[in-house]
Design a protein around this ligand. Structure first.
Ligand code: ADP
Ligand code: ZN
Ligand code: ZN
Length: 798
């Protein structure tokens, strides 16, 4: 007898181990690891992933049969099955969540449930089946008595539930028309139709010219061959109707083919070193540290081309917001239709189609964001992570994986190198490179020795005394100068909305979110006060709810207000704004970039979305309006983030022949992160920041774990978290530092109270065991609405 080992879709610690089911005869030759199946689990049936097939089990003979197959072929490769196992342990997550995370959104969404019965059952229960054998279980609103009946019938196996893929995960089939006639018959038909039947003649001529092509109805309609003509052609047997599969194409525009560029010396050394590792199949991790504009992307492209040349595939990851048409265009122009793209702005259907192309081996190059690290690529020859320091590579929900770790795991599995690239590497990666764990490759110069932009730091403490605009005098003067020269300008203000808060001038009242411990942000376009944490919205008050004063003012400029001020001060400038609010609609992000790229606007302003990856040759001025916004976070990484952001955004200036300028406005002009960003001195920043981290016992000197607990009651959250901290202090050695519990920076979000514990350690043998125990214990407490989450190597301590 064959036995399937199944990870069932019930997220608990127990189900991290597979359950065994015997495989019915009729399924035994179809079933394979990596397929999803339906299995009985207690009184219910649930889905699960087959992770292995064996022929023995200690429970042999007592095993239940698995019920049915969900997939006709595996949806998870053997590699990804092994990865999910490793990842569950690494992230303290459930294996089922890891498996689900690997599938594209469309496949992960719930299947449509249908109830299936034979004729006699159908006739006996008209209240369920209404004369059909199959009814939708979700859409029907059965009353509770009928549901009880359904459950009873299901238990008695009188009706089955089967699952149907949601619509978008089916291939998009289109009707097409293909030639049915021999060449001779076609000639005869052409001479047979009357001269006046123009559309008929046109169709026959098209069949004659392209005898093997399948014509889509839309294509025919465009040349005047409408439905009646098609009907006639079908009746006369000229054409046959078939279905063709059409991929939903996520690429908006066709691109021209481009050839590899001649490399400069630094680039050549970089490419050669990486190529060697590809050929020797070593899983070396390279850190390519190159200033902005040093030509890293060309290095990636040529190394990827090498992987393809020796018959392998390549995976390139980019941060969430830099996956712009610019970078995708560069990759597609080199590799054409071999490229598949995986991006969160794509529809489920598009993503599913791309995923299929990858899994069938049609796409050999994958470019995508964080989740693309799970692309079902086989035979990987190279993995690239551009802007490796970027925060979007860390998933902040369960499973809380760091993409770098997953990339290294897949590289080891595939015997291929990983390339981490950045102008400002994370301290973790740079420290590993210094220790020789990673291989450091540097590109110290901008391509063609274009000068790095000239950065001026403006002290806003002085500025504010005589100038009430958010634009300093220096910045305003330079904007006017660039507008006159018809050059372009980027302005960054890392705060969306109109103003950060409103306040009553008489009593000091600041409207707060009713659900969260945070003040509401004013949005002028919607005339509302919004909470950026829970989504709460309310109208902007005209009188103070506390003292009835009408003197309500707004404070702190957001991107909407910046746009207003800039338009006021420079009425002739064409201004584009890019932030979360202007890029909600699909394709709007691209539209803004394309418009600015085509120089149809003079000023692009927005939040940090505009800081990265964009390459506009006409931009010669970048203004950072509030460099302090990222410094103010009470977090050990705030200096690193500020340095990164300033360096990245400065790198947008002067990328072509004209030297760029950057104005950084700040209230902390002497802060080392700002001073060193001014000279783009990564080396010095690294040295300085490493000392700070060493003193504070922070990463990369220490490993860290964050445990967050939340419940609707502050008392309960605090109590449970104290118990956890006590347990940890009792079970870990003195070498581990347990901090907390403390309330999180924003203690209440959506009416739940959050506390956290931080563990710092260098080596702690008892750690995994202790955390596993805590997880297992607290799972049973979840009925009291207390939840914990463990974040291994969190991005922040907030
Ligand atoms: P990075 O990714 O390091 O910021 P890019 O790869 O975008 O840098 O390169 C910066 C600019 O230099 C781009 O406009 C790019 O087309 C150009 N460039 C890079 N390498 C070459 C090369 N070998 N030959 C010609 N132009 C190059
Ligand atoms: Zn008031
Ligand atoms: Zn809120």
């Amino acid at each position: 007898m064959q036995i399937a080992e199944v990870i069932v879709d019930i997220p608990t610690r127990q189900t991290n181990n597979p359950y065994s089911y015997s495989i019915p005869e009729n399924l035994s030759d179809q079933i394979q690891p990596g397929m999803r199946v339906q299995v009985p689990f207690g009184p219910r049936k649930v889905t699960g992933f087959v992770v292995g097939i064996t022929d023995h089990s200690e429970f042999n003979g007592q095993l239940k049969n698995l019920s049915s197959l969900v997939d006709l072929s595996p949806v998870v490769t053997p590699e990804l099955l092994a990865l999910s196992h490793w990842m569950a342990a690494r992230t303290f997550s459930f294996e089922i969540n890891c498996l689900q995370t690997m599938l594209p959104g469309g496949m992960r969404t719930k299947f449509r449930k249908k109830l299936l019965a034979n004729d006699s059952v159908r006739d006996a229960y008209p209240q369920i089946f209404h004369g059909e054998n199959e009814v939708d279980y979700d859409r029907q609103h059965f009353d509770s008595r009928t549901i009880a009946l359904i459950l009873k019938l299901r238990r008695a196996d009188k009706i089955q539930v089967h699952y149907e893929l949601a619509h978008h995960s089916k291939p998009l089939l289109m009707k097409a028309y293909t030639n049915q006639l021999s060449a001779k018959a076609l000639q005869a038909a052409i001479s047979g139709v009357s001269k006046r039947a123009i559309a008929q003649r046109r169709l026959l001529l098209m069949l004659h010219e392209q005898p093997t092509k399948a014509f889509l109805r839309t294509e025919l309609a465009q040349v005047g061959v409408g439905r009646p003509v098609i009907k006639t052609a079908l009746e006369k047997g000229w054409v046959k109707q078939t279905n063709v599969r059409r991929n939903r194409n996520p690429f908006f525009q066709p691109v021209k083919k481009s050839l590899p560029l001649d490399l400069n010396d630094d680039q050549r050394v970089a490419v050669k070193t990486i190529d060697q590792a590809i050929e020797q199949q070593t899983d070396t991790t390279f850190l390519v540290e190159g200033v902005t504009g040093s030509g890293k992307t060309e290095v990636y492209l040529q190394a990827m081309a090498h992987a393809l040349k020796i018959g392998k595939t390549a995976l390139m990851l980019v941060p969430e917001i830099t996956l712009t048409p610019q970078i995708v265009g560069r990759i597609r122009s080199r590799f054409g239709d071999q490229v598949a793209m995986l991006h969160s702005a794509m529809s489920n259907g598009e993503r599913y189609d791309e995923w299929q192309r990858i899994s069938y081996g049609q796409a050999k190059v994958v470019v995508g964001v964080r989740s693309a690290i799970f692309a079902p690529l086989k035979n990987i020859g190279l993995i690239i992570m551009d802007e490796e320091h970027d925060g979007s590579y860390k998933q902040t929900d369960d499973p809380r994986y760091q993409t770098r770790d997953v990339a290294k795991w897949r590289a080891a599995y595939n015997h291929c190198p990983v390339v981490l690239g950045s102008a400002t590497p994370s301290l973790e990666s740079r420290a590993r490179a210094m220790k020789g764990v990673y291989h450091l490759i540097t590109l110290p110069h901008r391509f063609n020795n274009h000068a790095l932009p000239h950065v001026t730091v403006v002290d806003m403490k002085r500025e504010i005394a005589h100038n009430h605009s958010i634009l300093s005098k220096e910045l305003a003067t330079l904007i006017a100068d660039r507008l006159a020269k018809k050059e372009q300008i980027i302005l960054m203000l890392n705060r969306r909305g109109y103003s950060s808060f409103i306040m009553c001038r008489d009593c000091g009242y600041v409207p707060q979110c009713p659900n969260c411990d945070i003040s509401l942000t004013m949005h002028k376009d919607t005339q509302t006060l919004n909470c950026h944490y829970c989504g709460h919205r309310e109208p902007i008050p005209t009188v103070c709810p506390k003292c009835h004063s009408k003197r309500i003012r707004h404070y702190g400029v957001g991107s909407q207000q910046l746009e207003e001020q800039v338009k006021e001060q420079f009425p002739n400038a064409r201004v584009l704004r890019m932030d979360v609010d202007t890029t909600r609609k699909k394709g709007s992000h691209e539209a803004i970039i394309n418009q600015f790229g085509a120089h149809k606007a003079d000023i692009l302003l927005g939040t940090q979305m505009i800081a990265k990856g964009l390459d506009f040759p006409d931009v010669t001025l970048v203004g950072v309006l509030n460099a302090d916004s990222s410094l103010q976070f009470p977090d050990f990484r705030s200096s690193e983030r500020t340095f990164e952001l300033l360096t990245q955004v400065s790198g947008r200036s002067g990328r072509a022949d004209k030297t760029g300028e950057v104005i950084v406005q700040t209230f902390n002009p002497d802060h080392y992160a700002i001073q060193l960003a001014k000279t783009q001195d990564y080396e010095k920043f690294y040295q300085t920041e490493m000392r700070v981290r060493h003193l504070g016992k922070y990463p990369p000197y220490y490993y860290t774990i964050k445990i967050t607990g939340n419940s609707p009651s502050e008392k309960q959250t605090a109590y449970e978290m104290h118990q956890i901290a006590k347990y940890l202090r009792n079970h870990l050695t003195d070498a581990a530092i347990v901090l907390g519990p403390t309330p999180k920076t924003i203690k209440r979000i959506d009416n739940r109270y959050y506390y956290q514990i931080i563990i710092k350690y260098r080596k702690e043998p008892a750690l995994t065991q202790s955390l596993d125990t805590i997880l297992t214990n607290y799972q049973s407490k979840q009925r009291h609405d207390f939840y914990i989450a463990i974040d291994n190597e969190p991005l922040d301590f907030m």
